[in-house]
Design a protein around this ligand. Structure first.
Ligand code: SF4
Length: 109
């Protein structure tokens, strides 16, 4: 919780990651102020996260990597569970890409 204490002590807190910007508000923080929990998977669905045009390359690459991994294992026997999990990640990541593109008017891929 030191992470949260440091942020709160500084007043209004803005954290910048390669994947997004956090406007920290403790009551809606999915990480609960724990730096160990901060990352793509946690911040992706956090109300405090803002993803802007500057983060588009990150999300495009993440989406492309997930698609490539899914495609590479799709023909492996008994990989249905892993493929389904990767499909979910692809959907999440490409959803962020679409939202950023929609907000910025950027339709290039
Ligand atoms: S989980 Fe939410 S509050 Fe925590 S760093 Fe990510 S965007 Fe900020």
């Amino acid at each position: 919780m030191q992470y949260a204490r440091d942020m709160v002590a500084d007043g209004f807190v803005v954290l910048n990651n390669e994947f997004g910007i956090c406007l920290y508000a403790a009551e809606t923080a999915r990480c609960q102020g724990d730096l160990a929990r901060v990352g793509v998977e946690t911040c992706l669905r956090c109300a405090n996260a803002i993803f802007g045009p500057q983060h588009l390359p990150f999300w495009r690459e993440l989406s492309s990597d997930a698609i490539a991994l899914r495609d590479s294992i799709a023909s492996v026997p008994n990989s249905e569970g892993a493929v389904a999990a990767l499909d979910e990640r692809v959907s999440d990541f490409s959803g962020v890409v679409s939202k950023i593109q929609g907000a910025s008017g950027d339709v290039a891929s």
